[in-house]
Design a protein around this ligand. Structure first.
Ligand code: GLY
Length: 558
C-alpha cells in the first residue's frame, strides 16, 4: 500500500518531464533508472515505465511482456524463468522462481526414445505470467494494466525488426512445419523478413489484453487456457487445463556467498547457476588471479579447472529441491578449498577422474537476460526462456504465443550418461510437477550492502561460465563494464572434455592457447557465448551495457 502511494506521488512529480537518453544504444549511463536488454524497444519501454514513476520491478515486468512481443526467440509468456530482486529498503534479496513444471501425466522415461524436441510433446507448464504477477504482488508500484498494456500496443501496432531478428526468424520459419507459427510469424507474401520490416501480432495482442484485464487468470484460466489445452490435444502435448490451473510461482532464498569482500546473490535450485557459480568462484578466490594476469595460461588453467569441477558436481547433485535434497557443503569455502587442492597447476585434470561420464540433457543456447536498476537503487536481474530458440516452434492457435520445449532440460534417459554430455543422474529425472534443472544465473554482486553489478546471460549450460567471466573481469581485473562484456569468454562443462574459447583464433591469445594445449587442454574456437546485458553501479552512477550478439540496447530515464 505504502509503495503504491509513494509511486502515485512520484507519477505526479515526474509525469512526462523526461525523455529517453539518445546516445550509443549499447552503453547508457544515468542515475534515475537504467535497463539493458536484447531488445531496444523493450529497454525503451522499461525506461519509460520508470519515467512514469515505476520502480525496477515494474520496469522489469513491462520489459518482460514487451520482449514476449519483440524478441520471440526467447522473450515469452509461454515459457519460464527467474527474477532476482535486490530491494531498496534494506530487506534481503528475493528470488522469484517461475520455472516451467512437468505436466501431471509425465513419466521419467517419456523421452527415452529421443526424437525431435520441436514438438508439442516437449512443452512444460509455463510459469512466466504467474512469476511476473507474483513479483508485481510483492513489489509492484504501478498498476498491472500499466505494465502489460504497452506490450499489447506493441503487438497490435507492430514493431520494426532489426537485422538479427529478421535473419533468425526467417531461418526458424524455413525449418518449421508448424502451420500456426508460419501463419502468425511468416511474412504475408512468403518472402524472408528484412531489417526494417514491421511485424504485427494481433492474436498475441488479444492474449496480452486478457492478461492486462484479468491478471494471471487471463493466461491460466478462461479463453487462453482453453486455446492452450486445445492446442495440446491437437498436437499430442501433455499440458492440460488442470496443469495450468495448478501452476504456482515460488519465492525462494537466493544462493548467497562472499567473493573477495563482495557479496554475491544468485539463482538457487531449480537452477544450477548459483551453486555452480559459488563453487567455481570460491575455488578461484584462493588464487591471486590479478597478479597472474587475465590472459595468462596460469589464470586460464585455473578457470578451466574450476569449471570442470563445478560442472561435475552440477551433474551429480543438482535438481529441483522440492523433490531432491541437495547437500549444503556444495557452496562452502571448505569444499572449494578441497576442490582447489585437487588441481594440478601443471596439468589438465582428466574429467573422468572427477566421476564416471554422466550424460546430461543438452540445453539449447537460446534464452535471454535483462538487467534493471531504478533511481532508489532497487535492482532486478531477470533471465527467462522458451528453451530452444522459438521454443517448441508451436504457436497456440488463435492465441498467438509460442510455447516452450523446456521438458528437454530434464535428464532424458534414467541412468544413461555419456561423454557427449548427456546426463542420466537421478536428481534431474522427470517427475510430475517437478521443475527441470536450469543453468539460468541471474546474479547481483553487492558492495557495502548495495548492488554493484547486475548481470546474467542466455546460453544453456554455458550461462554459468559466461557469468563467471563477467564477474571476474569486473571484480578481479577492474575492467570497464564494456570491456568486461566484450572480452572473450571461456566454456568448459566437464563433459564433453574440451574448452571452447571465444578468443582462440586471436593472435593476441595464441601463446596462452599454446601453453594450455601443452598442459593437456583441448581448446576449440567458439563463434559466440552468451548475451550478458548488465549494469554496473559506481560512484559515478549506473552504467547499463548491452551485449552485442542480439543487437540489444540499453536505455535510461532522465
Ligand atoms: N533452458 C535453458 C536453461 O534453463 O538454462
Amino acid at each position: 500500500m505504502l509503495r503504491r502511494s509513494l509511486a502515485l506521488l512520484l507519477v505526479t512529480a515526474l509525469a512526462f518531464t523526461s525523455a529517453l537518453v539518445a546516445q550509443d544504444r549499447r552503453d547508457v549511463s544515468g542515475d534515475l533508472g537504467v535497463v539493458a536488454s536484447s531488445s531496444p524497444d523493450a529497454s525503451d519501454l522499461g525506461a519509460a515505465i520508470m519515467e512514469r514513476g515505476g520502480n525496477a520491478v515494474d520496469a522489469a515486468i513491462a520489459t518482460a511482456f514487451a520482449m514476449a512481443v519483440t524478441h520471440p526467440t526467447a522473450g515469452n509468456i509461454g515459457g519460464g524463468g527467474f527474477m532476482l530482486i535486490y530491494p531498496d529498503d534494506g530487506s534481503p534479496p528475493v528470488f522469484i522462481d517461475y520455472r516451467e513444471k512437468a505436466p501431471l501425466s509425465s513419466t521419467p522415461d517419456m523421452y527415452a526414445e529421443g526424437g525431435s524436441r520441436k514438438t508439442h510433446r516437449y512443452v512444460g507448464v509455463p510459469g512466466t505470467v504467474r512469476g511476473l504477477a507474483l513479483a508485481h504482488e510483492i513489489y509492484g508500484s504501478l498498476s498491472w494494466k500499466q505494465l502489460v498494456e504497452p506490450a499489447v500496443k506493441l503487438a497490435a501496432e507492430g514493431f520494426v525488426m532489426n537485422e538479427g531478428l529478421a535473419r533468425s526468424l526467417s531461418g526458424a520459419l524455413r525449418s518449421s512445419s508448424n502451420e500456426e507459427f508460419m501463419r502468425v510469424y511468416g511474412k504475408k507474401d512468403g518472402s524472408a523478413w528484412q531489417a526494417g520490416d514491421r511485424l504485427k501480432l494481433p492474436d498475441l495482442a488479444a492474449t496480452l489484453q486478457r492478461i492486462a484485464d484479468h491478471g494471471r487468470d487471463g493466461f491460466y484460466k478462461g479463453k487462453t487456457a482453453e486455446l492452450f489445452a486445445a492446442e495440446m490435444e491437437r498436437g499430442g502435448g501433455y499440458v492440460t487445463r488442470e496443469d495450468l490451473a495448478r501452476y504456482r510461482a515460488r519465492v525462494r532464498v537466493p544462493i548467497r556467498f562472499s567473493y573477495r569482500g563482495y557479496e554475491i546473490f544468485s539463482a538457487p535450485p531449480p537452477s544450477s547457476g548459483g551453486i555452480t557459480l559459488a563453487q567455481m568462484l570460491q575455488i578461484l578466490e584462493l588464487y591471486d588471479l590479478r597478479a597472474m594476469g587475465r590472459w595468462s595460461s596460469e589464470t586460464n588453467h585455473l578457470i578451466i579447472e574450476a569449471m570442470r569441477r563445478g560442472y561435475a558436481n552440477r551433474a551429480q547433485y543438482l535438481g529441483d529441491t522440492d523433490f531432491v535434497d541437495i547437500p549444503d557443503f556444495l557452496t562452502s569455502k571448505d569444499f572449494a578449498k578441497e576442490l582447489a587442492e585437487s588441481i594440478d597447476p601443471q596439468q589438465a585434470t582428466a574429467s573422468e577422474k572427477l566421476g564416471p561420464p554422466i550424460a546430461m540433457a543438452g540445453e539449447s543456447r537460446e534464452t535471454t537476460h535483462f538487467s534493471v536498476v531504478d533511481r532508489r537503487g532497487m535492482a532486478v536481474s531477470n533471465t527467462y526462456t522458451l528453451e530452444a530458440g522459438y521454443g517448441s516452434g508451436v504457436v497456440v492457435t488463435g492465441a498467438g504465443f509460442l510455447l516452450n520445449n523446456e521438458m528437454g532440460d530434464f535428464n532424458p534417459q534414467p541412468g544413461v550418461t555419456n561423454r557427449r554430455g548427456t546426463i542420466g543422474t537421478p536428481a534431474n529425472l522427470i517427475v510430475p510437477e517437478k521443475r527441470m534443472l536450469s543453468s539460468m544465473t541471474p546474479t547481483i554482486v553487492a558492495k557495502a550492502g548495495r548492488p554493484y553489478l547486475v548481470t546474467g546471460s542466455p546460453g544453456g549450460r554455458t550461462i554459468i561460465n559466461t557469468v563467471l567471466c563477467v564477474v571476474i573481469n569486473v571484480l578481479d581485473f577492474e575492467m570497464d563494464l564494456r570491456d568486461a562484456i566484450d572480452a572473450p569468454r571461456t566454456d568448459h562443462e566437464w563433459f564433453p572434455e574440451r574448452v571452447r574459447f571465444m578468443g582462440a583464433a586471436d593472435a593476441a591469445h595464441a601463446e596462452m592457447v599454446k601453453e594450455l594445449q601443452t598442459i593437456g587442454h583441448e581448446i576449440q574456437p567458439s563463434r559466440g557465448q552468451g548475451d550478458a546485458n548488465s549494469i554496473l553501479l559506481t560512484g559515478d552512477g549506473a552504467r547499463a551495457t548491452a551485449d552485442s550478439r542480439w543487437g540489444g540496447a540499453a536505455a535510461a530515464k532522465k
